[in-house]
Design a protein around this ligand. Structure first.
Ligand code: ADP
Ligand code: MG
Length: 306
């Protein structure tokens, strides 16, 4: 449905994306991850037609997405984009912002639609508040609801929960991604948080050094991280004998040929992260209990999934 072919782009000759190829099907959820500065936002802006690609093409079904050189008005009805810096109208209410692009022709239908969207982003009680009085996270939720208002076919979200605190984030994320699936709306979500990705994304695309270095299901990439970069996205990990081993895959046993000395225990909630010295390097082990400093421990690698 979305077809990106051989796309390249750079700012002032500095290449940011090189020969990018991927596609997104109807209703599919694609996560785009990569370090800060890897080009996630640039990619979304190109997909939206906010800038001109230097090479290659972008199609949504039969419509070619064109940048400002070839298309006077940026944007298409079937595609909505919520930027990292969202712009709302501060002097009108939350409900008015959300309904901004909804037709006034059927006021009852419009009212119902706004009500439904307020529920998705959990802002019902703020409906009549002017946007200028909202917090950053609340504004981000208004921007999301406004993007959904006219039921796009594809939604581009740039770090959509970055301003939203942990108290609200989980339920909002569940509601939003559930809403998108239920309505068969494709989405491309730039993110640096694995909790946005693992439970929800159908596929994840990893950007590094202007290239796509992985494009697979989150489960596959989690279980078979090809590089430390990919593993680091998911959590604490070690490289032991050239193999990537997550902290939770190390187990403390009575005796083994992997001996380490405990340096510190960090409380993590459900478990402790033990930092230990292994031949002069720090390694990390997830353990149910803290361990006293300088204690010698023996480790084995738990069976990894095939
Ligand atoms: P990400 O969203 O992954 O953090 P960006 O797409 O924002 O990355 O940026 C990718 C690279 O392009 C960075 O090195 C950034 O400094 C550079 N960049 C972003 N926007 C511009 C711009 N308007 N002009 C010049 N360089 C830019
Ligand atoms: Mg960005």
């Amino acid at each position: 449905m979305l077809q990106v072919k051989n796309m390249s782009f750079g700012y002032h000759k500095k290449p940011i994306l090189k020969n990018i190829d991927f596609q997104v099907d109807k209703g599919e959820h694609l996560s785009v991850i990569g370090e800060s500065g890897s080009g996630k936002s640039t990619l979304l802006k190109l997909l939206y037609g906010e800038m001109d690609v230097h090479e290659g093409s972008i199609f949504w079904k039969d419509t070619q997405i064109l940048g400002p050189k070839h298309n006077l008005i940026v944007g298409y009805d079937f595609m909505k984009y919520v930027a990292q810096e969202f712009d709302l109208m501060p002097f009108i209410t939350v409900a008015e912002n959300i309904g901004k692009h909804l037709s006034n022709f059927y006021p009852e239908k419009k009212r119902k639609r706004i009500k439904e969207l307020l529920e998705v982003v959990e802002l019902t009680e703020f409906s009549n508040i002017k946007v200028k009085f909202l917090s950053g996270g609340q504004k981000q939720r208004v921007a999301l609801a406004r993007a959904l208002a006219n039921q796009p076919e594809i939604l581009l979200l740039d770090e959509p929960f970055s301003h939203i605190d942990n108290f609200k984030k989980r339920s909002l994320r569940r509601k939003l991604f559930h809403y998108l699936k239920a309505n068969n709306i494709a989405c491309i979500v730039a993110s640096h948080d694995h909790e946005d990705v693992l439970p929800y994304a159908d596929r994840m695309l990893v950007l590094n050094k202007a290239n796509i270095v992985a494009n697979h299901t989150p489960e596959h990439l989690y279980k078979h991280p090809k590089t430390p970069l990919i593993a680091s996205f998911f959590g604490e990990f070690n490289v032991i004998d050239g193999k990537i081993v997550y902290a939770h895959q190390l187990k403390i046993v009575d005796q083994s040929n992997l001996k380490a000395t405990v340096k510190k225990s960090y409380f993590k909630g459900a478990s402790y992260m033990i930092e230990a010295d292994l031949n002069g390097n720090s390694i990390f082990i997830e353990n149910e209990e803290p361990i006293e400093i300088n204690k010698e421990i023996y480790l084995i690698t738990k069976q990894t999934q095939p």
